[in-house]
Every structure is written in C-alpha cells, then in structure tokens.
Design a protein around this ligand. Structure first.
Ligand SMILES: [Zn+2]
Length: 143
C-alpha cells in the first residue's frame, strides 16, 4: 500500500486523531501551516474532490463544518480556511481526498493571494468558456 491516508485510516500509520466514525477521520497535519491545522478524510480512498461520490462529499463537508467550529473555538482563532488542493499544480501532495481546516489569526501573514486583473472582454470570455461546461448540469438537478 502506498497511500499514507489509507494507512492512517486503517491504523497502520500513526496520527494525532481528533475525530473518528465509521466513514471519516480527522487528524492533525504533521506539517501545519498554523498549529491546529486539521485534515478531514474519507476512510475510503478517493483520489480527489471530483471523484468523491455525492453522499460522501455531502457528509464530509458537513463534518468539516462541524469540526471547523470546534477548531476555531478551542484555539480561539479569529477565522479559518477550508481548502481542498486538487492536482500537483494546486499543491496536492497526498492523492486521497481531504479537506484542510487551517485556523487563522489576525496578522498571521499567511496566504494572502495576489490577484490578477481582467482586460475588458477577457472576463466575459472566461465566463463563456466555463459556462459552456456548466450548462450540462441543468439536466442533473432537474431530473
Ligand atoms: Zn488512500
């Protein structure tokens, strides 16, 4: 086996576990961006955000919401980031779907992304390009 999160889920590798039930596990990231940086995983292996089945995604998102509240209150954080990195270009290093809960504090100077600017027609072109792939979803939600 070469998936570290599967190993953690199966208790073959150690982790500082915060929460566990039949389907999900939450534990501390060993390389935290801030102390208390938490990872929430499905015990079953899914490669990334796009491949998690609807029910599991819904349930892990709700669980992450609950755990984020606990992390924030327990650490007296001012806020938090919920992040899912997908693909190497996005910083994904473990190819087993997980949410990051990163507690944030005033002036911690982390993750202030630089923004780009659109030219006049550029924003419309990007919108059209993305929307041409979204239109197919209507059939999904309507029936
Ligand atoms: Zn895995």
């Amino acid at each position: 086996m070469d998936c570290i999160f599967c190993e953690i889920a199966q208790k073959k590798s150690p982790a500082e576990i915060l929460f566990e039930n039949e389907k999900f596990l939450a534990f501390l990231d060993i390389n935290p961006i801030n102390y208390g940086h938490t990872l929430v995983i499905t015990k079953e292996h899914f490669d990334n955000f796009l491949t998690v089945p609807e029910k599991e995604l819904s349930d892990i998102t709700r669980l992450t919401q609950y755990l984020a509240g606990a992390v924030k209150r327990s650490l007296k954080a001012d806020g938090f980031n919920i992040i899912s990195n997908n693909g190497a270009s996005a910083g994904q290093t473990v190819y087993h779907f997980h949410y990051h809960i990163i507690p944030r504090f005033e002036n911690d100077f982390l993750m202030k992304p630089r923004t780009k600017e659109y030219d006049d027609n550029e924003i419309r072109n990007f919108a059209e390009q993305i929307k041409s792939f979204i239109s197919k979803y209507e059939g999904l939600i309507n029936g």
